[in-house]
Design a protein around this ligand. Structure first.
Ligand SMILES: Cc1cc2nc3c(=O)[nH]c(=O)nc-3n(C[C@H](O)[C@H](O)[C@H](O)COP(=O)(O)OP(=O)(O)OC[C@H]3O[C@@H](n4cnc5c(N)ncnc54)[C@H](O)[C@@H]3O)c2cc1C
Length: 495
């Protein structure tokens, strides 16, 4: 049971929350973390991730500061490239159609590498993403898409590392503690009302940091804000992110901000459970569609599977799948590219069919107009510019001519058996709308003035992502703004 008073209360125990807790502790605060989930399910969405993090770096030397274990041999056989501030800005602006909050993006981009080093200093370990973000070309691993590093042990490793750091720092964590309400005297936030097990109690604090996720696990809010049909999406991660933190802050006059009708959503196994399964993690996702084609119930393609590198399209294609009849699609590949499919295509819990011919495959694609599918493949195959070399590690320009939608890169005729197809539906990752914060992570009210005593970080912050999202930015923004929120909250609480 928590004491009646702390300097800083952190609501939630995912990546943003634990970063905030560590920063608040570092700045001298006595910290309490209140987490709604039982201990066995702790870690929020952060635990379901691959732990991929997008940050600015100048190549192998910088990466070695983060991963001192990197050997000379590994460096010699890897082309990590660099990822500059300008590239990060470009990605954020381009993908959000220039709507991202420029001030928040500037903080995210410019603090990203320093925050990675800070996490490393807290005992977190990192590793190159050889499996998912690199293709072996001429004997060297070529990384692509501005993303090359993940937390050691993926999301579970990240979360365990953060909890271990919190324990070393003497930070208290209370589980099955659902924060219900902010204590607010019409001027300042002074603590929370929380249900711990069966009991409701009041815990006071000098400052409160909200880091308790978006509303992706709340079907009613999804339908209300994202639109009709969104109640039918599967939730990729935790069942506990139902918008509590956003609601509590709006209740005391916080400003809503960002893309409230937008979210991150991907192609996800059609038969995956309603919420994420910690034993499977993110492996229900099916992210190799740029190597094949996707068809709907009418046997038709509906997106340009090769519009851009996977990191820049996957987060919006879940919505495209949701918009198809019966909210499903089949991803289809031939044996030329099957060896290139990501690890998630080789799990046991998968909806897959295979066949020796396209006609035979057509009969196995449950729910699909078989005749139309065969015609789609025939037209697609005829449209491929086979004179342009195929290279999955770059935007190779090997596209199609004369079909709609086109496929801009990585187009290969589906002509080499065996063929494989995987059924996907829409899996929602997190919602984009949320609270408005300033550069000190202070929550702003509808007059755009900071609400004294209230800070926020992570998924429930609005204004960063609109329409789309560059992979690896969710964890990074949670770490950057979590660290700032913890520091600011400690400063206010201990002043
Ligand atoms: C399958 C999957 C894969 C992903 N892969 C990546 C990736 O590789 N890289 C990346 O950058 N991003 C990835 N993401 C996105 C990433 O998970 C999020 O952007 C990030 O984890 C959000 O962190 P957070 O701390 O804000 O929220 P969370 O980690 O979700 O933590 C929120 C916590 O708040 C708790 N909570 C909720 N309500 C209350 C309440 N009332 N009281 C107390 N506690 C409460 C929840 O139980 C939860 O533990 C992925 C997401 C999923 C689902």
């Amino acid at each position: 049971m928590p004491d009646p008073r702390y300097d800083v209360i952190i609501v939630g125990a995912g990546n943003a929350a634990l970063g905030a807790a560590l920063a608040a502790r570092e700045h001298g605060a006595r910290v309490l973390v209140l987490e709604r989930a039982p201990q066995a399910e702790r870690g929020g969405n952060s635990r379901f991730t691959a732990g991929a993090m997008r940050f600015v770096h100048a190549g192998a030397n910088d990466l070695r500061r983060l991963m001192p274990d990197l050997s000379d041999a590994e460096i010699a056989q890897s082309d990590f490239e660099t990822y500059s501030e300008d590239q990060y800005f470009d990605d954020m602006f381009r993908l959000t159609q220039y709507r991202t909050d420029a001030d928040l993006t500037e903080i995210l981009v410019r603090s990203s590498f320093d925050t990675m080093l800070w996490l490393r200093g807290k005992g977190l370990r990192f590793a190159p993403m050889y499996g998912r973000q690199a293709f072996k070309i001429d004997g060297r691993f070529k990384f692509w898409g501005g993303l090359s590093v993940e937390a050691w042990g993926g999301g579970p490793g990240l979360v365990e590392g953060l909890f271990a750091a919190a324990a070393r720092e003497g930070i208290e964590v209370c589980y099955e503690a659902r924060v219900l309400e902010l204590l607010y005297d019409d001027v300042t936030v002074r603590g929370v009302r929380v249900r711990v097990g069966e009991k409701v109690r009041v815990v006071e604090a000098g400052a409160v940091v909200l880091a308790c996720g978006g509303f992706e696990a709340n079907p009613e809010w999804r339908t209300r804000y994202l639109g009709p049909g969104w109640e039918l999406a599967k939730v990729r991660g935790t069942r506990f992110n139902t918008g509590d933190g956003i609601r509590m802050a709006l209740d005391i006059g916080a400003a809503p901000y960002g893309n409230w009708s937008g979210c991150h959503a991907v192609g996800w196994d059609r038969n995956a459970p309603e919420f994420g399964d910690l034993a499977v993690g993110d492996l229900f996702q099916k992210h190799s569609y740029p190597l094949g084609i996707m068809v709907n119930a009418h046997g038709r393609r509906f997106v340009d599977e090769g519009a851009d590198l996977r990191n820049y399209t996957y987060a919006k294609y879940g919505r495209a799948v949701l918009e198809q009849p019966q909210q499903f699609a089949w991803q289809v590949f031939d044996s030329k590219v099957i060896p290139l499919l990501r690890d998630e295509y080789r799990i046991r819990q998968i909806t897959k069919v295979s066949a020796e011919s396209i006609e035979e495959l057509a009969g196995r694609l449950e729910g699909v107009d078989a005749t139309a599918f065969v015609e789609t493949v025939r037209r697609f195959n005829a449209a491929v510019q086979t004179d342009v070399p195929f290279n999955p590690a770059i935007k190779d320009g090997r596209g199609t001519v004369g079909i709609d939608p086109p496929k801009t890169h990585w187009a290969n005729p589906l002509d080499t058996p065996p063929f494989e197809a995987y059924a996907v539906t829409c899996g929602i990752t997190f919602t984009f709308g949320g609270l408005r914060i300033d550069g000190d992570a202070r929550v702003l009210d509808t007059d755009l003035k900071p609400i004294p005593g209230l800070y926020a970080a992570g998924e429930l912050v609005g204004g960063l992502f609109y329409f789309n999202y560059p992979g690896g930015t969710g964890l990074m923004s949670g770490s950057v703004f979590g660290r700032i929120a913890g520091r600011s909250a400690a400063g206010a609480a201990t002043a």
